[in-house]
Design a protein around this ligand. Structure first.
Ligand SMILES: [Zn+2]
Length: 151
């Protein structure tokens, strides 16, 4: 990164001062938000450098919650807009990605390799279950959401 292009701005979520590069990208050490002019221009779109949409991240942070943890709706939208995403529930990481062989969306238990298949993202949103409980109903227990990291 060329130093002369570095600027300091306020984090869009928590308002702490952060360094950004010439593209307007940076990461907030306080709240974890990945600063992005693109997400600033589209504050209701999930999956732009962050899983939550900016407006939801602000709402959550101001309510004492996490700026980087996505609600179930933003998580599904991040998949729609970006593709591969992951979440952590009960200390287990799960990936959501397209399975080219099955031509379906796979919910993958990254630890065990166990896979559930869904015909599309709407099928996933309505029907995805873990241990017999709808994911939508246990989403409040999710402790991390991110773009899919190495499995
Ligand atoms: Zn911040």
């Amino acid at each position: 990164m060329n130093k002369q292009f570095k600027r300091m701005v306020k984090c869009d979520v928590c308002k702490m001062m952060i360094d950004i590069d010439k593209s307007g990208n940076g990461e907030c050490e306080n709240c974890g938000w990945r600063q992005s002019e693109e997400s600033f221009r589209h504050p209701n779109v999930a999956g732009i450098r962050n899983i939550p949409a900016l407006n939801n991240a602000i709402k959550q942070y101001n309510n004492g919650g996490s700026a980087t943890l996505a609600n179930f709706n933003d998580f599904a939208n991040a998949y729609r807009n970006y593709g591969e995403v992951e979440f952590t529930l009960d200390h287990t990481r799960y990936g959501l990605l397209f399975d080219d062989i099955e031509n379906k969306i796979a919910l993958l238990n990254i630890q065990t390799g166990e896979k559930q298949l869904y015909s599309d993202i709407d099928d996933f949103v309505s029907n995805a279950k873990l241990n017999g409980i709808l994911l939508n109903d246990i989403w409040e227990n999710v402790t991390n959401t991110d773009f899919l990291q190495e499995t």
